[in-house]
Design a binder for this molecule. Sequence first.
Ligand SMILES: [Zn+2]
Length: 397
Amino acid sequence: MQETLIKNVRPLAGSAVDILVQDERIAAVGPSLTSSAPDAQVIDGDGHLVLPGFADAHTHIDKCTVGLGWYSRRSGRSWAEMIKDGQDYRERPDFDHHVQSSRQARASIAAGTTHLRTFVDIDPSARLKGLEGVLKTREDLAGALTINIVAFAQSGLLVTPGVDKLLEEALQNGADSVGGMDPAYYDRDPVKHLDVIFGLAEKYDKDVDIHFHEVGTLGAFTCELIIERVKTLGWHDRTVISHPNFLGDIEPAYADRLIEELAENRISITSNGPGGSHPNPPVKRLHQAGVACGMGNDGVGDTWNPFNRPDVLNRAYLVAFRNRLSGDDELEIALDLATFGGARVMRAESYGLEVGCYADLVLLPGETHVQTIIERPTERLVLKRGRIVARDGECLV
Ligand SMILES: [Zn+2]
């Protein structure tokens, strides 16, 4: 039996304890633990904090440009033009979906991410190339990073003929979830869009993640249609609305009613803490209402914008900053989104710091856990299922 004994760490800033890991899972947590295995790996935690591995619940590792030189983005592009820019970029002869997704995935591991949900573009230009590349990356990094794949209609579903069939093929070939996008704003027919997405989810027993850029009452209207759909199909705990920014852009009483319905119907959300003039989902209200909330780095080094980095703690900082979460109790909410909340969104198995959970852990310095959002120390030791996979910003797998 493979054992790892982690000495002198403070789970979520609690008292110093030891953690014994046996066969990938936490077997004991307490003072002065010992291992009886002669070949046990012993890690001196040096009084550091220990957090559960970070959960990047919304990213796009198939679009990463890192390692291919600086990508010069043009300003003032329309939505359709930005979609086309991304497609054109991925036609470059030196763009390989496997290599690029692997680069981002390894950078994520280096920063402490142990669970990641990636959207993968499925369209007539990429067809299933993105999926195939990401599947290879998932296989390469099995045991180091849990990757959940969403087959994603980035270029629209109804407005781009053939995408429905390609999504179906993707679900038959390894995608875990099906992803729609802006059913009303971009696809012009939200009912038909949701017919296809939830129809595929039901047919292949897959989860749903709808990618939103719809703001104001248009977003709220589509949200109501999704809630109806979840009630009808019973897709509770299996449906995510990614960046529901409209919740910060409608009458507060209306937002409160929708938030209650999201909680009642166990529909999850993710936020990327949008910058600029974008409205912002009120994550504190959502969290307090009991909605499963995660956060995601979105496209890291993609053709859309240059701002996103692979560090989930950095995203937690942005979400906290954007939501003015400055009290320790509020920073705790941001950290929850980066860990437990994101894991709940992805329905991660046996996640946490309790006995029986997988030993997916990050050790890092700090007096208290919420401080790590602000200071984002580079000194981090990352374990996946009890095995060291990254140290101080370097991925070791
Ligand atoms: Zn996204």
